[in-house]
Write a protein that binds this ligand. Structure first.
Ligand code: FAD
Length: 302
């Protein structure tokens, strides 16, 4: 069996695998797509000490760093079941069952898409999902935020300090964000809120140039010219496959303590699949290191 088996090959998993391998223990990493979300990212400018890089380049760097160590890398493999017996068992889609004394779950998350024409086409060309990451790219420009929940309204408040103007488009008749956030939003002069707005299309040529929505009350179709659209309708953790094997919160995030431990002894978790406060590369890597050191500590004690 492995001493540490990491499930997920994004920043969190890569970091966990390296920290484990550096202890000289038997380490494996299973990933359905090594690199994770950063493979879909254009510029990365907030990975501290690296002024600017591109997602696919950082993913290649991660893989190279992991391969510097004695780690079994099982790429293009998807885990479908976890069971805690004497050891922890991970069953893969291909039917194989991997056994390990400890497991670190780092299966990440994915942004929920609106699913309208233009969204995929203009991804990284005006369509963005992360205000902390991409906000500065839209300095002085007009943008829209789709989604009026907490994350949408927080994004709009944040972006209003950087961009020229923010239009918030909410599908329902009112915003769902906490009232303090709504008050803060409404106090900002460069924000317009449009409710009952069903996004129909993100338009553009090479880059985004506007958004079209239907007013759900009048039925009229409207178009706004702008340079960017932030989609903020939810971040979904890749944890469905766990079922009830590990405790998760109502958003599906794996509940971890400050050491990255889950409710199951020997099972740890890190990164965007957990209930961590913020979802960023640098935070995922830190939590991967934490979970890995905790797994090592667990092995020493058991
Ligand atoms: P992920 O990167 O999601 O990796 C999850 C890994 O688990 C993948 O390898 C995946 O294939 C694998 N996996 C999932 N399910 C299974 C399964 N069942 N079995 C096996 N493997 C599985 N953050 C920043 O800090 N700066 C930025 O500029 C930035 N820009 C972003 C731009 C975009 C478009 C997106 C989508 C995200 C951006 N982020 C950015 C966020 C950042 O990418 C994430 O916070 C980070 O990748 C999370 O790392 P992770 O390892 O927890 O998960």
């Amino acid at each position: 069996p492995y001493d540490v088996l990491v499930v997920g090959g994004g920043p969190a998993g890569a970091s966990a695998a390296i920290y484990a391998a550096r202890k000289g223990i038997r380490t494996g990493i299973v990933a359905d797509r090594f690199g994770g979300q950063i493979l879909d990212t254009a510029a990365i400018e907030n990975f501290i000490s690296v002024n600017r890089t591109e997602g696919p380049k950082l993913a290649a760097n991660l893989e190279e760093h992991v391969k510097d160590y004695n780690v079994d890398v099982m790429n293009l493999q998807t885990a479908k079941r976890l069971e805690k017996k004497d050891l922890v068992e991970i069953e893969l889609e291909n039917g194989a069952v991997l056994k390990s004394k400890t497991v670190i779950l780092s299966t990440g998350a994915r942004w929920r898409n609106i699913g309208v024409p233009g969204e995929a086409e203009f991804r990284n060309k005006g369509v963005a999902y992360c205000p902390h990451c991409d906000g500065p790219l839209f300095e002085g420009k007009d943008i829209a935020v789709v989604g009026g929940g907490n994350s949408g309204v927080e994004a709009a408040i944040d972006l209003a300090g950087i961009v020229k103007h923010v239009t918030v488009l909410e599908y329902n008749s009112e915003l769902k964000a906490d009232s303090v956030l709504q008050e803060r939003l409404r106090s900002l002069k460069n924000v317009t809120v449009i409710t009952n707005a069903q996004t129909k299309e993100i338009t553009g040529t090479n880059n985004v140039n506007g958004i079209t929505y239907t007013d759900r009350v009048s039925g009229d179709e409207k178009h706004i010219e702008l340079a960017g659209v932030f989609v903020q309708i939810g971040l979904v953790p890749n944890t469905d496959w766990l079922g009830n094997a590990v405790e998760r919160n109502k958003f599906g995030e794996i509940i971890v303590d400050k050491r990255g431990a889950t409710n199951v002894p020997g099972v740890f978790a890190a990164g965007d699949c957990t209930d961590s406060a913020y979802k960023q590369i640098i935070i995922s890597m830190g939590s991967g290191a934490t979970a890995s050191l905790s797994a090592f500590d667990y092995l020493v004690r058991n």
